[in-house]
Design a protein around this ligand. Structure first.
Ligand code: MN
Ligand code: MN
Length: 469
């Protein structure tokens, strides 16, 4: 009897997939490295809550690592490190390889925009002695999650003469914060009867920003509450109400990234999607010694609303950049792309036992089991996905195996309960081999998202190996 069991065990080990917590496959030393890596990540999160701040912080780190602004009229050579800043909202970084780009380039692509509350074009109003901002939510948000949490105001306001002022208020100790109010439970019987999706409507996401009028001699005047706030904004930032028309103001959760759990194994933060991939992809490139093939990290804007606009990956800024690199070597961009490979770095849903019915257990990704390689995303019958080839899946799987990077695969959740997409399809559209390699996240798109430190580190190790290949 004992022999038979052991034969079955042997066979199972040889033939079957064993899925176990990644903790058992790494040493304490690696856990320590993961924890140390995540200290830098938390700092990045706290400095980079918007796409603009992410680009600015990326440039600070890149210049420290010897990267310089790309100049298409200059000749570059193996080992040169450059970056292309696209309008302060997306960025491409490159390390020129020994072979240049004649055999293709290795691209890692992540996004740096996250769900949030944007201001409407005419946001400022007063109502019954309170002053509020009208907002328009950006990206896929569950609206109820954005009420009664502390919010900070980030962004840029551009004046009619083209000058601008950058704003960041609510992050530092002692600065005021803002919030969207919600109805008290005592008066919520009607609200409680609504569905979760309808209980808080888009037009209810109004941010409370003041409650005192400007003092006038006789206490008379129109819109004195609104005027008081506008005067404060004018005094501090030198803007008038009309300047809000040409602004990109984003209200984001005001709390900072912190360790979560008694064991400190996780990080809770706003904006893991997709900084949790952007930061590892960035660090792997910054630490990349002269690679064989030219290595690129692209950090894009607008993914959360479909990668649209001239800073999103549907735009041509990536192909134009690669065309500039190709031209230096007398090559056509299309020939470079056709031989190129890309790891599209975006988060996936981590299995949540509290909401087990949304997941298909066999094909779920779990916290602490390493990076998730997703062959496809999309919804229903794989609609809206690029669906990586078996060959490229095999290649990436082999690369991760050979470099002892913990990995897993799966799907977003049950087939017909929803869906989502990434930048993968836009890069695949350039005739590049591409697959999603990301980090599992709990409570994705919530103001507070959770990831595992081990997975963050494995994402870094995956890109390190990819650029080295
Ligand atoms: Mn994402
Ligand atoms: Mn997202």
């Amino acid at each position: 009897m004992a022999e038979k069991t052991s034969m079955a065990e042997e066979l199972s080990k040889e033939l079957l997939i064993s899925r176990r917590n990644g903790f058992w496959d790494v040493t304490d030393e690696e856990i320590e490295k993961a924890d140390a890596f995540c200290e830098g990540y938390k700092d990045f999160l706290n400095r980079s809550k918007t796409e603009r701040e992410s680009v600015a912080q990326t440039i600070v780190l890149a210049e420290k690592a010897g990267f310089v602004p790309f100049d298409s009229s200059k000749m570059y050579h193996a080992g040169d490190k450059v970056y292309y800043n696209n309008r302060g909202k997306s960025i491409i970084l490159a390390v020129i390889g020994e072979e240049g780009c004649k055999n293709g380039v290795n691209i890692s692509a992540a996004h740096i925009d996250s769900p949030r509350l944007d201001l409407k074009p005419y946001p400022l109003y007063e109502s019954n002695d309170l002053v509020l901002f009208k907002t328009h939510y950006y990206g896929g948000v569950k609206k109820y999650q954005w009420t009664t949490i502390p919010l900070a105001m980030h962004g840029r306001m551009v004046r009619r003469d083209g000058s601008y002022v950058d704003v960041c208020i609510g992050e530092e100790e002692g600065e005021p914060q803002f919030c969207v109010t919600d109805l008290l439970p005592h008066l919520s019987s009607e609200q409680n009867a609504k569905t979760l999706a309808n209980a808080i409507e888009g037009e209810a996401l109004n941010i409370l920003i003041g409650s005192r009028p400007i003092r006038t001699e006789d206490g008379k005047g129109d819109k004195l509450f609104k005027l008081n706030v506008m005067k404060l904004l004018h005094d501090k930032y030198g803007i008038i109400e009309e300047d809000l028309v040409s602004s990109e103001i984003e209200f984001v959760p005001a709390f900072k990234a912190r360790d979560y759990g008694f064991d400190r194994s996780m990080i809770g933060s706003y904006g893991h999607d997709d900084r949790v991939c952007a930061y590892p992809a960035l660090m792997a490139l910054l630490n990349c010694k002269t690679p064989k093939k030219t290595a690129l990290t692209v950090l894009a804007d607008k993914e959360e609303i479909g990668s649209v606009g001239n800073t999103g990956l549907e735009s041509s800024f990536l192909p134009y950049f690669v065309a500039d690199l190709a031209k230096q070597e007398g090559l056509e961009a299309r020939d470079v792309f056709s031989k190129s490979k890309c790891l599209s770095a975006d988060v996936c849903a981590a299995y949540d036992p509290t909401y087990a019915s949304a997941y298909e257990l066999n094909n779920s990704c779990f916290l602490n089991n390493g990076v998730s390689i997703l062959k496809y995303t999309g919804s229903r019958g794989k609609s809206g996905t690029s669906d990586a080839s078996a060959e490229f899946m095999g290649e990436v799987r082999g690369m991760l195996y050979n470099n002892h990077v913990l990995w897993q695969t799966g799907e977003l959740g049950k087939i017909d309960v929803g869906g989502g997409g990434t930048v993968a399809k836009f890069i695949a559209g350039l005739n590049v081999d591409v697959v999603d390699v990301g980090v599992p996240v709990l409570s994705m798109h919530a103001p507070l998202e959770i990831v595992s430190k081990l997975d963050v580190y494995m994402e870094y190790r995956a890109f390190e190996a990819f650029f080295r290949a």
